[in-house]
Design a protein around this ligand. Structure first.
Ligand code: BDP
Length: 720
């Protein structure tokens, strides 16, 4: 009895210390170090700082360091002179005579323009922690890295860190419209208050920039890929300039989406033909105008001839003609053109998965040197699980930028907890075999495989005006993961989760382990209750929230679910082998051999590549139908496990976020049941097989599920 009351006392005492939190501070909370031993160690080793340099980047670095250390250690860290031990000394060789005196040239040569080194050193006889870089932005990145070491309560006695980004352009894509709606946005409205810009600068803009800089994101595409030409008018460019000015100290460049028909809509020209001299001239003038306002403007992102967007093909020209015309316009100013490969034209193809490859592969080698082709991670569309896109490895002469979706359009919006690092890693680690074994997607996109100077990773942002930025508290982890992996794709999903949990929730190991186990399992769980065994694109119509395997009879066949799952009395799945669409032929022979047979195809991709009999014997010995039933049911059971596991961390997580996540998990469990029941009842109309004994039977009819509607689901609505 006594024991229990002591335990209770401790847990209440702990909770009392946990302030209510709304998630606004993201992973930059900077609360006082909770472990007394660590706190006294840090206090012993950090007494002051010397940061030399005057740039705006150095200013924000000083600011961040002082706010952070004050929070973490509990007192102001003075700017000191070299008279004491325990100094943080930061600067570049050119801005800091002190750093210049340390003979770090050789080490610095290796880390490039954005990299840094952090070292415990003796400087003028005093113990110091040195953060050195070639450029000021490296100092900011190094400082954030140093702070992460402290936030995650690592040892700082013998620091020896060298870090530089593996990928050059690490860019968020905001699908934000000028009316502040966000296409596929589930966290409120757009952060960009176009109406009040440029005069009113929302304080959130700088917090957004801090968060991005802390994970190395160095670019932001402010506008939707379904673009509005208005953004290129002088009034809007002034607004864009205000944001670019604000983001500059944080190393973040601004990009805009270019509507291909802008010369007609804005410029009054008769055509937008990329080979027309007047059109070329018009874009050159636009580029000049933009660079006069924003000298470090990143460039244009273009979605052309896809889903009704205008493009060069309207004039009988190729994607390369279009991209190169824009590339010439931004080239004198050092800009790039990011041309998206997510294309499908008005003629419904035999298999949409083949279209990007069919159109882009022949263009390899024809793009100007400042063009990147941006390819989604998979060939269909940001599904819970897709094999890697066949263009990776197939265009060695073109820098390919990978596009991930951080916002969870097909993964439960901001209601479901799905940690996406594991999805990102799965694609990055996939072997394309384009230059023999080991030619991973990561090596294609970081430029090392084909020796490209330009490289990029784009993430469709999940950020909006919600107080906690991402809607779901765990949505923040996906923003965080994207940045960390763009900087270093070799980090593991486990390590990224570990860092994020420590900074966002708690350094308490009793909390870290359960939270991490939830995160690492969450994506597979979502795949199980949504689209197991290679099923894909069976979500509800248009907004994509919830199941809709019955969707058919829409304006295009490839906008229906039946097109993708092809269920019939014989079986289910899309035959992409030589007996079907032969999309498999777009991959290297090694992949074709392995995925081409139902015996050797990984089961997670089985129905992606094969139409398989309901009675097909799976590796488990079960029939395909039974296996499907077990996957859907396991997905639901795992949601119960997730909720129970979350409940174990109540004493380590503040009450507000604990309750919020708990409520969202309860909704997620109900929706997993909805997915399971709807999909099994639907597919059963083809298999005519019973749900195996022991599994829970759906308690509603298929008709009930078909009638569920969400006419006001977020993420659609007025567009560009
Ligand atoms: C799809 C989205 C659509 C986007 C499109 C794209 O449903 O809203 O415009 O991708 O990437 O997934 O262009």
């Amino acid at each position: 009895m006594k024991k229990i009351s002591i335990l209770l006392f401790f847990s209440f005492a702990l909770q009392a210390e946990l302030k209510a939190e709304d998630g606004y501070r993201l992973w930059l909370r900077y609360d006082k170090i909770s472990d007394p031993q660590k706190l006294s160690e840090y206090k012993r080793l950090i007494h002051g700082c010397i940061i030399e340099g005057n740039s705006s980047t150095i200013q924000v670095t000083k600011n961040e360091l002082s706010i952070a250390l004050k929070g973490l250690l509990g007192y102001d860290i003075p700017s000191s002179s070299l008279s004491t031990d325990g100094l943080i000394i930061a600067g570049t060789i050119s801005s800091s005579p002190l750093i210049a005196s340390l003979k770090l040239e050789d080490a610095l040569k290796k880390v490039g323009d954005e990299g840094f080194i952090i070292r415990s050193m003796i400087v003028a006889g005093k113990k110091a922690i040195v953060i050195a870089a070639n450029k000021d932005i490296g100092i900011l990145y190094g400082t954030f890295n140093f702070l992460r070491v402290i936030q995650t309560q690592q040892d700082i006695k013998q620091l020896a860190i060298e870090s530089s980004p593996k990928i050059k352009l690490r860019v968020l894509n905001h699908w934000d419209n000028l009316d502040r709606t966000v296409e596929r946005g589930y966290a409120g409205f757009s952060l960009w208050d176009w109406h009040k810009l440029p005069d009113y600068i929302d304080p959130r803009y700088s917090d957004y920039a801090r968060a991005n800089a802390s994970i190395g994101i160095n670019g932001t595409v402010l506008t939707n890929v379904n673009a509005n030409a208005l953004i290129l008018t002088p009034d809007y460019l002034k607004k864009v300039t205000a944001l670019a000015d604000l983001f500059r100290p944080y190393g973040i460049r601004v990009y805009l989406t270019a509507r291909f028909s802008a010369p007609i809509e804005m410029g009054g020209l008769k055509t937008a033909d990329p080979l027309d001299p007047l059109v070329k001239q018009w874009w050159k003038e636009r580029a000049k105008e933009i660079y006069e306002l924003i000298p470090d403007f990143g460039g244009f992102v273009v979605k052309a001839n896809s889903e009704g967007q205008p493009g060069p093909q309207n004039y009988g020209r190729s994607h390369a003609d279009g991209a190169n015309m824009l590339a010439e316009a931004v080239q004198p100013f050092g800009g790039v053109v990011i041309w998206r490969a997510f294309v499908y034209d008005n003629n419904v193809p035999d298999d949409r998965a083949k279209q990007a490859f069919t159109e882009f592969k022949p263009l390899d080698g024809t793009f100007n040197s400042n063009v990147l082709v941006q390819v989604k991670n998979g060939a269909i569309d940001f599904q819970p699980r897709e094999p890697f896109h066949p263009l990776f490895g197939a265009m060695p002469k073109t820098p390919l930028m990978i596009e991930f979706q951080i916002t969870q359009e097909y993964l439960g919006f901001s209601t479901h907890l799905v940690y996406l690092s594991t999805l990102f890693k799965e694609t990055l680690e996939s072997d394309t075999y384009s230059k023999g074994a080991g030619s991973t997607v990561a090596k294609v996109i970081d430029g090392t495989l084909d020796r490209h100077q330009l490289s990029g990773m784009a993430g469709v942002a999940n950020i909006g005006t919600d107080r906690n930025w991402c809607g779901h508290p765990f949505g923040q982890a996906n923003w965080y993961s994207f940045g960390r992996l763009a900087w270093d794709h070799e980090l593991s999903a486990d390590q990224i989760a570990d860092e994020w949990i420590r900074m966002t929730f708690s350094n308490n190991t009793t909390a870290i382990q359960p939270i991490k186990s939830i995160m690492l399992a969450s994506r597979d769980i979502a795949v199980s209750y949504m689209t197991p065994l290679g099923l894909h694109h069976i979500m509800a119509w248009d907004h994509h929230y919830g199941p809709g395997p019955w969707i058919k009879d829409k304006p295009r066949r490839d906008w229906t679910s039946v097109y993708y799952h092809k269920a019939d009395s014989l079986g289910v799945g899309f035959d992409r082998t030589s007996s079907g669409s032969n999309a498999l032929a777009q991959y290297a022979p090694e992949i074709q051999n392995r995925y081409g047979s139902t015996e050797t195809c990984p089961e997670k991709y089985l129905l992606w590549f094969h139409h398989v009999s309901w009675k097909f014997k799976m590796k488990s010995g079960k029939s395909l139908w039974d296996e499907l039933c077990y996957h859907y049911s396991n997905g639901v059971d795992s949601m119960r496990w997730m909720r129970n596991t979350w409940n174990t961390v109540s004493s380590s997580v503040d009450e507000d976020r604990f309750k919020q996540v708990g409520t969202l998990l309860a909704i997620q469990e109900n929706e997993a049941i909805w997915w399971r029941n709807a999909c099994l009842l639907y597919f059963q109309t083809f298999s005519h097989m019973p749900i195996p004994t022991g599994l829970t039977l759906p308690d509603k009819t298929l008709d009930y599920y078909k009638k569920i509607e969400h006419p006001f689901a977020p993420g659609i609505g007025p567009k560009w």
